[in-house]
Design a protein around this ligand. Sequence first.
Ligand code: GDP
Ligand code: MG
Length: 162
Amino acid sequence: IRGTVAIVGRPNVGKSTIFNRLIGQRKSIVDDTPGVTRDRIYGEVEWLTQKFRLIDTGGIQIEDQAFASQINMQVEIAIEEADLIVMVVSCKEGVMSDDMVIARKLQKTNKPVLVAVNKVDNEQLQMQSYEFYQLGLTNPICISGVHGIGIGDLLDEIISKL
Ligand code: GDP
Ligand code: MG
């Protein structure tokens, strides 16, 4: 195992879709800290003889916490537990204020951060990925979780930075 990769991002950008695509069928589960649900968020990924652990932080739910602080906690857990973080954004909605909040937190970590622009379902949509340079992180990688586009490139990038 090379290390742990965490997926972060605001709701609905496609984190779970990408997580499921990366881990395929093999799902492992659960760590029960009271008040924290961590179902179906851990998986193991194998890519070209390399293996890493994957966390979908969007699946971490903290009881009785407001929406903004849920995302905050998820990002903090990612920064703490992961060796590399994949921030997922959506080209359909573009840069949203919650994306900027997450990006600012990630700018402060020394750990490598990749930006995956999801929902790039066709080549015309690739143009939309340029606006994500605003996040002040690394060059955006275009992917489509639903269609499986760019997943190999994302995996290559993860392995090279891990
Ligand atoms: P999460 O909240 O970040 O975990 O997002 P989900 O994985 O649950 O996906 C949210 C919605 O976006 C679902 O309706 C997905 O089918 C859709 N979605 C995910 N990936 C893609 C994609 O690559 N293209 C398109 N068009 N929709 C996607
Ligand atoms: Mg999800």
